[in-house]
Design a protein around this ligand. Structure first.
Ligand code: FE
Ligand code: FE
Ligand code: ZN
Length: 288
C-alpha cells in the first residue's frame, strides 16, 4: 500500500490533533512532525488527552499511526564532541517524547564533524548513539538520514552510514531514512534507482529502510547543496520520483514530502499528493 504524507506542524496546545488535521487536509495517510521548533530546544509537555483525540481522528480518516514519524531537531549534532553531551541528552528526551506519543520512528541527521574529520565524526556519532540507547529503552527506532554532503555533513554515502551502524551495540534499534534530494545532491543517480537500491542492499541491507523523504532537487547530481524543490519542478523530475515512490521493494514504507512552500506561504502538499496518487504531473504553479 502507498503511504504518502508530508511534514506538518505540531503545536504546543493542540499537539497531534493539529498535525492530524493538517495531514487530513492534504489527503495524506501518514505524516512527519517535529515535537517543537527544529532549531531550538523549547518543548512542551506531551498531553495524553490530545494524543488520544488525535488517534481517533486518524482512525476515522484512514491515517496509519504506525507509519507516522518524528524528525529530530537540527541542533542535535552527535558528530562533534563539543556538542555531544547536550545532543545525547536532548535526543534521549526526544525518544522519551516519542515513546509517550507512541511513535515508532525518529529521523536523525547523523551530524557534521565541523573539522575533526570524517573518521572521528563517525566514531563520535556511534558513541553518542550507544549512550542514547543505554539511557532509553523505548521501542522507537532512530533512522539515520542520507545527507547531501553539504559542509562537513556525515552520512553522504551508504558506507558512512554502515560504519556508524556497525559501531552501535543495539544496531537493531537503528534504521535508515533515504532522502531523494540528498541522494541526488550527494551523487546517487536516481534515474537508475534500482541500481541505487541494489548498492544500498549490498552495503547496508534494504530491510533497514524505514522511511523515505520525497523531494525534488534544485541542484545537479553531486552538487552537495541540499536545496529541495517541488515534485516535478527540479532536476530529478516527476517520473524518476515516481519510480522511487512506487518501487515494489519499498512498498508499505512511509513516503514523506519536505518540499518548499509556494511563494513561502502556501503548502504544496495537497497538489503533490494528488499528482502522486494519479501518477500524473500537473503544472499547478502555472495555472494561477
Ligand atoms: Fe532531514
Ligand atoms: Fe529529509
Ligand atoms: Zn534536506
Amino acid at each position: 500500500m502507498l503511504y504518502i504524507g508530508s511534514h506538518v506542524s505540531f503545536d504546543k496546545n493542540e499537539q497531534l490533533v493539529k498535525s492530524t488535521k493538517e495531514a487530513i487536509s492534504y489527503n495524506a495517510n501518514t505524516f512527519m512532525f517535529y515535537t517543537g521548533a527544529p532549531q531550538n530546544t523549547n518543548r512542551s509537555k506531551i498531553l495524553d488527552g490530545k494524543t488520544l483525540e488525535a488517534l481517533s481522528l486518524m482512525k476515522e480518516n484512514g491515517i496509519s499511526f504506525d507509519k507516522v514519524v518524528v524528525h529530530a531537531p537540527y541542533i542535535i549534532n552527535l558528530a562533534n564532541r563539543n556538542n555531544l553531551e547536550f545532543s545525547v541528552d536532548f535526543l534521549t528526551e526526544e525518544l522519551n517524547r516519542c515513546n509517550q506519543l507512541g511513535i515508532k520512528y525518529i529521523v536523525l541527521h547523523p551530524g557534521s564533524h565541523v573539522g575533526v574529520g570524517v573518521e572521528e565524526g563517525i566514531n563520535n556519532i556511534s558513541d553518542g548513539l550507544n549512550k542514547v540507547f543505554m539511557n532509553n529503552h523505548s521501542e522507537c527506532m532512530i533512522l539515520l538520514e542520507t545527507m547531501a554532503g553539504k559542509g562537513t555533513e556525515i552520512g553522504r554515502n551508504f558506507e558512512e552510514l554502515k560504519q556508524i551502524i556497525d559501531n552501535v551495540e543495539n544496531s537493531e534499534r537503528l534504521g535508515v531514512c533515504l532522502d531523494t534530494c540528498h541522494l541526488n545532491d550527494s551523487g546517487y543517480n536516481i534515474t537508475d534507482f534500482d541500481q541505487v537500491l541494489e548498492e544500498f542492499d549490498q552495503i547496508i541491507g534494504i530491510d533497514k529502510i524505514k522511511c523515505i523523504h520525497i523531494n525534488d532537487s534544485k541542484n545537479d547530481l553531486g552538487a552537495q547543496k541540499d536545496r529541495h524543490e517541488n515534485i516535478g519542478y527540479g532536476t530529478i523530475g516527476f517520473d524518476n520520483l515516481l519510480s522511487v515512490i512506487y518501487n515494489t521493494k519499498l512498498e508499505n514504507i512511509p513516503k514523506i514530502l519536505e518540499t518548499p512552500y509556494i511563494d513561502k506561504v502556501k503548502a504544496p502538499y495537497k497538489e503533490e499528493i494528488a499528482m502522486i496518487r494519479n501518477k500524473e504531473f500537473n503544472d499547478y504553479k502555472k495555472e494561477k
